[in-house]
Ligand binder design. Structure first.
Ligand SMILES: Nc1ncnc2c1ncn2[C@@H]1O[C@H](COP(=O)(O)OP(=O)(O)O)[C@@H](O)[C@H]1O
Ligand SMILES: CC(=O)OP(=O)(O)O
Ligand SMILES: [Mg+2]
Length: 393
């Protein structure tokens, strides 16, 4: 296995590319992380080292017209100028959709890149953004190995009954089924449970990944058996700007009453969720700080929906031993955790209010029949581990 050089991870989202650098000679120690934001307008590039020291703060100007390949080239040059011995040995990417066939990380050969690109109809919003940096790196550094880590892959263990929609069979056969997302995060959490709470890891655990995008995963003995996101990253929980579960009849109603396809898509992905209900913000911090009734209503709905979907996964698992909170909201919002745990008291879940306020690792009381924990996620570390393993082949 390659134990020198560094692995760069890229997580390309709708408006930003998050990146991190891992040192293979130091047990994949994360030596740097950063982000290029505002890709669609005036990009802003910043990065910090493992001590949180700022390594770069660069803002392009509007007249620069910075193109995607140009920004990626700057990122690669910056990374290379900060590398120690061994240089850059690989780039690992988070790819949101792997369709039915990509059930494990793979090396990105030209053939595989084309195959991933062919999945674009399944996720026209995310896949072009994921593929652009792969092509940009391939062009700038053709000999640098690149690997794809799919957000859907971890969910390949979900049984057919849990991924099938009650629609005509031919549509299911064409790939209209639930896939599930945030798989790299769930895989990381499953690994952490295995390491730090092996008894719980062997049982029935619900993981709540609550970031701007949010979903739940039901883990049985470390494997995903159900999840709240489905065919797309719109399903399940209410999110920052996405609707979550909705009666499909609403979409028919809108289509019949003057909304075109683009407007419906925009409404579901960017104008709904916490932002849509509050009319204020999709950010939990801003809503908690607001006195407006609409902010309170949005947060209440968020917790209600969360508890509702947890109930569904308890049923899928046939009971529950543990509940894990992770990602931005899950790791940092004691109030959301307290609200949802209060709604789950019927399960025998008893929150320890002090531990919860302190964002401790274990936040349930000893008498609780469900163990509640906070585990910070690390999708980047998961990508680096997979890339290192594939490099060795
Ligand atoms: N201290 C905090 N208190 C409450 N919510 C927080 C806090 N910090 C972050 N968040 C929430 O976490 C969200 C971002 O989560 P994150 O996992 O970083 O999202 P993503 O990776 O999906 O963009 C923010 O939109 C905000 O709502
Ligand atoms: C799949 C998904 O929702 O991703 P994110 O949380 O990065 O938006
Ligand atoms: Mg995220």
């Amino acid at each position: 296995m390659s134990r020198t050089g560094s692995i760069l991870t890229l997580n390309a989202g709708s408006s930003s590319v998050k990146f991190a650098l891992f040192d293979a000679s130091r047990d994949l120690h994360q030596s740097m992380r950063g982000e290029i934001e505002n890709l669609s307008s005036v990009p802003h590039f910043h990065a910090v080292d493992d001590q949180g020291r700022v390594l770069i703060e660069r803002r392009w100007k509007a007249e620069d017209n910075a193109s995607y390949p140009h920004v990626i080239e700057e990122l690669l040059s910056f990374i290379e100028s900060h590398l120690g011995k061994g240089g850059l040995t690989a780039v690992g990417h988070r790819i949101v959709h792997g369709g039915a066939d990509f059930t494990a990380p793979v090396k990105l050969t030209p053939k595989v890149i084309d195959a991933v690109e062919a999945l674009t109809p399944l996720d026209p919003l995310h896949l072009p953004l994921n593929i652009a940096p792969i092509r940009a790196v391939a062009e700038a550094r053709p000999r640098l190995p690149q690997f794809a880590c799919f957000d859907t892959a971890f969910h390949h263990t979900i049984p057919k009954v849990a991924r099938t929609y009650a629609i005509p069979r031919d549509l299911t056969e064409k790939g209209v089924r639930a896939y599930g997302f945030h798989g790299l995060s769930y895989e990381y959490i499953a690994g952490q449970l295995q390491q730090h709470a092996p008894d719980l890891a062997a049982g029935r655990v619900i993981v709540a990944h609550l970031g701007a995008g949010a979903s739940l995963c039901a883990l049985k003995n470390g494997q995903s058996i159900a999840t709240t996101m489905g065919f797309s990253a719109l399903d399940g929980l209410m999110m920052a700007t996405r609707c979550g579960i909705i009666d499909p009849g609403v979409l028919l109603y809108l289509g019949r009453h003057g909304y075109n396809f683009k407007q419906i898509e925009e409404m579901l992905y960017r104008k709904s969720g916490l932002l849509g209900v509050s009319g204020i913000s999709g950010d939990v911090r801003e809503l908690l700080a607001s006195d407006a009734d609409e902010a309170r209503e949005a947060l209440d709905l968020f917790s209600y929906r969360l508890a509702w979907e947890i109930g569904a996964l308890v049923s899928a698992l046939g009971g529950v031993d543990g509940l894990v909170f992770t990602a931005g909201i899950g790791e940092h919002s004691a109030e959301i955790r307290a609200n949802v745990c209060a709604r789950l008291a019927w399960l025998g879940l008893r929150l320890d209010p002090w531990a919860n306020e302190a964002h401790a690792g274990v936040i349930s009381l000893g008498e609780s029949t469900v163990a509640a924990r906070i585990i910070p996620t690390n999708e980047e570390a998961m990508i680096a581990q997979h890339s290192q393993a594939l490099l060795a082949h």
